[in-house]
Design a protein around this ligand. Structure first.
Ligand SMILES: *Cc1c(COP(=O)(O)O)cnc(C)c1O
Length: 233
C-alpha cells in the first residue's frame, strides 16, 4: 500500500508534467504559470505533504480555514482566497492573504479598500467574472464589469492585478476554451481603458479538469485541488 506522501507526490509530479507539456505546446515558460494548490478539502497532513514537495502557494475558500492554516504553517507560504468573502470576514482575511481571487461586487471591493486603509495594507485582488452565465455562479457579468470598471479602478488601497473565472464543469475540457479565451480578451480590453497604475497581468483560470486548456489560453494562475488528492480519501 502506498503511503499518503507517495500518492500526493505521484499526483503532483503528473500535474507538473502536464503543465510542462501545455507550456511547451503554447510556447510559454513554465515560470509564467503559477501553481496554486487548493486545500479547501485537504486534511492538514495532505497540506504538510504538499509543503514538503515544495509547494508554496495555497488556496482556501473559507476565511476561517485560511486564517487557521496561515497561522499554523510557516511564513514562507502564500495563501490565496478563492471563495465568497463575507464583508465581516474582510479584516481577518486581508491580513493573511497574498491574493484574493474572488471579488464579485464593487461593494466588496470598496469594503476591502476601506478596511485596508485602516490596517495600513494594500491587498492584491482579482475580479471574478461569470462568463459561463450560470445563475448560480458568482462574479461580474462582462457587461456589468465594463460599466463598473472606472469605479473599480478608483477604489483606493487595493491593487487590482487581473481577472478570475471558473468554467462550467464538463467532461470535455475543450468546452472551457471559449470561456478562457473570452476572459483573456476581456482583460486586454479592460487594460486599454485602465489608468497606467493598473496592470492586469494575472489571469486566474484552470482547475483540475481544464488547466491545460487554460494554460494554452494564457492563464497565469491555475488552481488545482482534486487532481492532487486522487487515490486518497
Ligand atoms: C475548489 C476550487 C478549485 C479547485 O477545483 P478542483 O476541480 O478540485 O481542482 C479551484 N477554484 C475554485 C474557485 C474552487 O472553489
Amino acid at each position: 500500500m502506498e503511503d499518503l506522501k507517495g500518492i500526493i507526490h505521484k499526483n503532483y509530479s503528473k500535474i507538473q508534467h502536464r503543465i510542462h507539456e501545455a507550456c511547451l505546446r503554447s510556447q510559454r515558460s513554465t515560470a509564467s504559470v503559477r501553481f496554486v494548490a487548493v486545500t479547501k478539502y485537504a486534511h492538514t497532513e495532505w497540506v504538510k505533504a504538499l509543503v514538503e514537495l515544495g509547494c508554496t502557494q495555497f488556496a482556501e475558500s473559507r476565511s476561517q480555514q485560511l486564517d487557521e492554516r496561515a497561522l499554523q504553517f510557516a511564513d514562507h507560504l502564500h495563501w490565496h482566497f478563492i471563495g465568497p468573502l463575507q464583508r465581516n470576514k474582510v479584516r481577518r482575511t486581508i491580513t493573511h492573504t497574498s491574493l484574493i481571487h474572488s471579488i464579485d461586487s464593487l461593494k466588496l471591493l470598496s469594503t476591502i479598500g476601506r478596511i485596508a486603509a485602516e490596517s495600513g495594507l494594500q491587498p492584491h485582488v482579482l475580479i471574478e467574472v461569470n462568463l459561463s452565465r450560470e445563475q448560480n455562479k458568482k462574479g461580474f457579468a462582462p457587461e456589468e464589469l465594463l460599466s463598473n470598471w472606472n469605479a473599480i479602478c478608483e477604489v483606493p488601497h487595493v491593487r487590482v492585478e487581473g481577472l478570475m473565472t471558473m468554467a462550467s464543469h464538463s467532461a470535455d475540457p475543450e468546452l472551457a476554451r471559449p470561456v478562457f479565451r473570452e476572459l483573456s480578451q476581456l482583460r486586454d480590453q479592460l487594460q486599454t481603458v485602465s489608468p497606467p497604475s493598473i496592470q492586469l497581468t494575472e489571469l486566474s483560470m484552470g482547475m483540475s479538469g481544464d488547466f491545460e486548456i487554460a494554460i494554452e489560453e494564457g492563464s497565469t494562475l491555475i488552481r488545482i485541488g482534486s487532481a492532487l488528492y486522487t487515490g486518497l480519501d
